[in-house]
Design a binder for this molecule. Structure first.
Ligand code: BTN
Length: 230
């Protein structure tokens, strides 16, 4: 992909701004006044952190898989700068068991806006944060990180285009927290617990419940400890 990168001083949300640009555009801003996260949550956008959105093509029924491609790309980018990150299903990036980056996919017609927020300088900590956050505290600049992200996303998209999801799925599984361990998944009307056994080729997690049945989960919030669920 031949990325075209645009910089803004302040926007409501880089995902909104990116929406009016063609596929292959990258939008980043120093300030977001209305950053948003998954499930309509607020993304606390403290200055100094990275807010960037990539405009990608849609992939029909496979579009949700872009979130795993992005998570692997963000993890590989941060690893290359010397951090050792993990992925929490579906696409949170953790550093030392705390959230360092979040990813939000939004589809508009034939485009998918992939928004990435990385806590470079500040770790939001207030009641709106679902999971404890941390910051990279790195001297690596935003431009460097964006260029590295462009490179990784291009590479992983071409793996996906050529070979399908399996290589990405294995990379994701190698970096996933909680595999073969008991996890808790908060769904809209219940919280369930079981052993996290797999990521399916469709991007769901399979959870082996205590009664031996297997549940496939496509949306929800994962926790590793009962105390974490508020
Ligand atoms: C999440 O973990 O809930 C996803 C957070 C995604 C935040 C990024 S910051 C850049 C882009 N613009 C937004 O408004 N959200 C995403």
């Amino acid at each position: 992909m031949n990325w075209k990168i645009y910089h803004f001083n302040s926007v409501k949300s880089t995902n909104d701004t990116a929406c009016s640009y063609p596929i292959g555009t990258v939008v980043f801003a120093d300030k977001q006044t209305n950053g948003r996260g998954r499930h309509g949550r607020l993304w606390i956008s403290q200055e100094g952190n990275l807010f960037v959105s990539f405009v990608l093509p849609e992939y029909g029924y496979q579009t949700p898989l872009l979130s795993f491609i992005t998570a692997v790309s963000v993890k590989e980018t941060l690893d290359d700068f010397g951090f050792s990150c993990q992925i929490k299903w579906p696409n949170d990036i953790l550093l030392n068991h705390k959230k360092i980056a979040g990813i939000l996919l939004e589809q508009h017609d034939d485009k998918v806006i992939v928004g990435i927020g990385i806590n470079l300088k500040n770790a939001p900590c207030n009641d709106d944060v679902l999971y404890p956050a941390t910051a990279l505290n790195t001297l690596v600049g935003k431009h460097e990180i964006i260029l590295a992200l462009c490179h990784k996303i291009t590479k992983n998209l071409s793996i996906f285009n050529q070979d399908g999801f399996d290589i990405i799925r294995h990379k994701w599984l190698q970096s996933a927290v909680g595999i073969n361990e008991r996890i808790f998944v908060r769904l809209p009307h219940e919280t369930i617990s079981g052993v996290f056994t797999q990521l399916t080729p469709q991007g769901a997690i399979s959870l082996k419940l205590d009664d031996g049945t297997v549940r496939f989960i496509t949306a929800g919030d994962v926790f590793f400890n009962k105390k974490e669920i508020t």
